[in-house]
Design a protein around this ligand. Structure first.
Ligand code: ATP
Ligand code: MG
Ligand code: MG
Ligand code: MG
Length: 469
């Protein structure tokens, strides 16, 4: 019998509870009082102050399954979605934590015991990395656990020195990889082919020892601690005998729902994976109070929604569709996250309004982009086109890039920047004559639509929150 994703989450929590860990609920995707962080990107975020010694809890061992978003900020996987077998914008990170209770040896022993005894993974499929200078970790793997020395790889790069952001808790780490087999392209960590998907990193054990300061210096933490993170979707793929995260139970169901909603039979289409990924990040971000807007977190959300909408359009969706996936998402994840079900009406409305707005300009913007790509001399998309798509048609730059990449075209980002700069300058000059053109929306001569009014969209969204729509 194969384990479901929900079973695996449960097993992880149970294992660490039996080993004296306090089960702690996932925190919000919007970090509490932490301006250094865009979105929660790891299980340790909610314990940052405990590691730093600024906050005390009634427990010194914890276990959680943390919802994470890696789109923007230090850890950004938005560009990987649709291209690798292992990256999502939204994923769940299983983690066990020690606040001075245990350190390297126990952390390594727990991880090995859980994977090999509890889940029954074959030892010969696993290999591990350690930070190049960390002889202690190497020794534990080799002599206490019995991993052959040729399967323990020393890594000198930042890959094996984990930090949450530019500042904050950090330390050397040791990672566990799973070999999915020769038939998949890729090499072991540290090799030139490591970007492939044959050897997939499943679990990172961080030996938290320092607090990185803004000037780069490392201050020792009050007590050496442990922070670990294992991607739930990656371990599920292994246990369900599939290679890609997108083939696990949860994703198969979301992809089926998406295929049905947009009306396609081609379940292998990359766009379906993107849509299935993006509904999770968008729905959970809205659930945690982020609203689409033109800046900060809200703009990241808007960018993800517009990307998903574009992929739906590419698959042939001919009506507002994205919000319809919330239903399937609630079926898949509502038990683990009851707040998702509670917030469902708000999530659906916000997604619907946002898509309705964007769909007004999407067709025309796509037509311009396709024409330009068709007539393009060379392989670089000019900055003024990127700017026009951004300014008049509401195409975030990464959306344009996502499309251009499908045609092996890159963006003239410098050209885009100077077009932006020129616009700012025009706005400044205009405002010195008493009219602030930066506040007006641009008009495209070819459409009756008078620019992309985000202000209007935001007003509707505010009404939704207040319950007036
Ligand atoms: P990778 O090298 O594959 O990008 P990472 O080194 O950036 O992963 P960590 O920061 O070490 O990842 O996070 C701990 C664990 O969380 C990883 O070992 C992996 O199992 C999981 N994980 C990280 N990023 C993602 C993602 N974008 N989607 C799904 N799981 C992820
Ligand atoms: Mg990464
Ligand atoms: Mg890595
Ligand atoms: Mg890692």
């Amino acid at each position: 019998m194969t384990l479901s994703t929900a079973d695996i989450r449960q097993k992880f929590i149970e294992f660490f509870k039996q080993n004296g860990h306090q089960a702690v609920a996932s925190s919000s995707l919007v970090p509490a009082d932490d301006p250094t962080l865009l979105f929660t990107n790891a299980g340790m975020n909610q314990f940052k102050d405990v590691f730093l010694g600024k906050d005390k809890r009634s427990y010194n061992r914890a276990v959680s399954s943390q919802r994470c978003v890696r789109a923007g900020g230090k850890h950004n996987d938005l560009e990987n979605v649709g291209y690798t077998a292992r990256h999502h914008t939204f994923f769940e990170m299983l983690g066990n934590f020690s606040f001075g209770a245990y350190f390297k040896q126990e952390a390594i022993e727990y991880a090995w015991q859980f994977l090999t005894d509890h889940l029954g993974l074959p030892k010969e499929k696993l290999l591990v990395t350690v930070y190049s200078e960390d002889d202690e970790a190497f020794d534990i793997w080799e002599n206490k656990i019995g991993v052959p020395a040729d399967r323990i790889i020393r890594i000198s790069t930042s890959d094996n020195f984990w930090s949450m952001g530019d500042t904050g808790p950090c330390g050397p780490c040791s990672e566990i990889f799973y070999d999915h087999g020769e038939h998949i392209w890729g090499g072991p960590p540290g090799s030139p082919e490591e970007d492939g998907d044959r050897f997939i990193e499943i679990w990172n054990l961080v030996f938290m020892q320092y607090n990185k300061q803004a000037d780069g210096t490392m201050q020792p933490l009050p007590s050496p601690s442990i922070d670990t993170g294992m991607g739930l979707e990656r371990i599920s793929a292994i246990l369900q005998n599939v290679h890609s995260n997108y083939e696990i139970d949860l994703f198969v169901n979301l992809i089926d729902a998406a295929a049905h909603i947009v009306g396609t039979d081609n379940k292998d289409d990359k766009s379906l994976r993107v849509i299935a990924d993006h509904i999770r990040s968008c729905a959970f971000l809205i659930c945690d109070g982020v609203m689409p807007s033109n800046e900060g977190r809200g703009y990241v959300l808007r960018r993800i929604i517009r990307r998903a909408v574009r992929h739906g359009y590419k698959l042939g969706a001919n009506d507002i569709f994205f919000y319809k996936l919330v239903d399937a998402l609630c079926t898949q994840m509502g038990d683990a996250y009851p707040e998702l079900v509670e917030q469902r009406p708000v999530i659906e409305k916000v997604l619907r309004v946002e898509e309705e707005q964007f769909s007004k300009t999407l067709d025309r913007g796509m037509a311009i982009l396709n024409e330009t790509l068709h007539d393009l001399d060379g392989d670089i998309l000019p900055g003024d086109v990127i700017f026009k798509l951004y300014d008049t048609y509401g195409f975030p730059v990464d959306l344009t890039n996502d499309i251009a990449r499908e045609h092996n075209i890159t963006l003239d980002e410098k050209g885009f920047e100077s077009a932006m700069q020129a616009q700012r300058l025009r706005a400044q000059q205009a405002s010195s004559f008493g009219v602030d053109y930066s506040k007006t929306v641009s008009v495209d001569a070819h459409t009756a639509f008078t620019g992309y009014s985000d202000e209007q969209g935001e007003a509707v969204i505010l009404d939704i929150i207040k319950g007036e729509t």
